[in-house]
Write a protein that binds this ligand. Structure first.
Ligand SMILES: [Zn+2]
Ligand SMILES: [Zn+2]
Length: 121
């Protein structure tokens, strides 16, 4: 159900395989999306769901600062997008990670690219 994506940057940064979205057992409660902590220089996955809906923010497990999400959380599907990964969070929220260049937490440049590696369930 979920996707496996991977982020790489020209500086050598490689996130390894990231299991985003949710599995068939937990997709109602868990939706993992990629984010980064600029302070720690790491890319990590966080669950954006809680009991009442979508969390306002997540904290880095290392430094407890707020992390920044890659991609966007939308109120509905937009047209004409080129996605790496999209995921229905609930009845009216959709997570979308489009192709493009993103901020690299290691070299601090907009040179990070995401790739779709496969699927998992
Ligand atoms: Zn941190
Ligand atoms: Zn980099």
């Amino acid at each position: 159900m979920g996707s496996i994506i991977r982020a790489k940057c020209s500086c050598g940064f490689d996130s390894g395989d990231l299991y985003v979205g949710g599995g068939f057992r937990d997709f109602m409660d868990v939706s993992k999306i990629p984010c980064y902590c600029d302070h720690c220089g790491i890319l990590l996955l966080v669950n954006v769901k809680n009991k009442t809906g979508i969390k306002k923010y997540n904290k880095c497990p290392e430094c407890m600062r707020k992390v920044k999400y890659y991609g966007e959380i939308l109120d509905g599907l937009i047209e004409n997008y080129d996605e790496i990964f999209d995921w229905k969070l609930n009845d009216d929220k959709i997570y979308l990670l489009q192709k493009g260049k993103y901020y690299c937490p290691k070299c601090k440049k907009e040179n990070l690219k995401f790739f779709n590696v496969g699927c998992w369930d």
